[in-house]
Design a protein around this ligand. Structure first.
Ligand SMILES: Nc1nc2c(ncn2[C@@H]2O[C@H](COP(=O)(O)OP(=O)(O)OP(=O)(O)O)[C@@H](O)[C@H]2O)c(=O)[nH]1
Ligand SMILES: [Mg+2]
Length: 165
């Protein structure tokens, strides 16, 4: 869905994180230090079409317990492909994060694949389907860098909130 590509784009290095056309590339948790005590953590997605059932379940458990117990976690960036209609798995993840009180930031990615008009329409569809406010998500493309600065600012805001509170 573009998680690893997004991290590469933010860090500004093309091949830092392995990217592939086949879901299931990222395995385990991958840490990237981006500041003093500040890390991006690349997680496996849930579209593991090509890995075994046992591995899938293992990763799900790993990701879930990581998200639930990591005390220094500031924000979960939830990456959603802007081309597709709202998906149950994404709705479930977002409601689970809300329920658990884990801060999250939805990012609609691969905007380069749509025309300007389609982009607006699909973004609205996803906002509606996932109950997301237009002002609280970011439109992004790893390919063109659209939304890169906005995303970095939005992520930084999550750090500020925690420091003040
Ligand atoms: N055009 C376009 N392609 C993208 C974008 N982001 C990712 N891709 C492509 O989508 C495919 C999957 O990207 P990844 O970054 O590996 O996705 P991932 O979420 O890390 O996938 P897993 O680690 O397998 O869960 C790759 O072929 C990327 O080149 C984007 O913004 N625009
Ligand atoms: Mg990946």
């Amino acid at each position: 869905m573009g998680k690893s590509s997004l991290i590469n784009c933010l860090i500004g290095r093309k091949a830092l994180v392995k990217v592939s056309g086949r879901p299931g590339k990222t395995q385990g948790l991958n840490y990237f230090q981006v500041g003093d005590g500040l890390y991006f953590v690349d997680l496996p997605g849930y579209g593991f079409a090509r890995v075994s059932k046992t591995l899938q379940e293992g990763w799900q458990e790993l990701v879930t317990s990581y998200l639930e117990t990591r005390e220094t976690l500031r924000c979960v960036v939830v990456i959603i492909d802007i081309r597709h209609a709202p998906k149950t798995q994404d709705t479930q993840l977002l409601s689970w994060l809300k329920l658990k009180g884990i801060p999250y930031l939805p990012v609609y990615t691969k905007t380069d694949k749509l025309s300007g008009n389609e982009r607006v329409l699909n973004a609205r569809l996803l906002d509606g389907g996932h109950d997301i406010q237009a002002g609280s998500r970011v439109l992004f493309s790893s390919k063109t860098g659209q939304g890169r600065e906005e995303l970095l600012r939005a992520m930084a805001a999550f750090l500020d909130v925690r420091q003040k509170g």
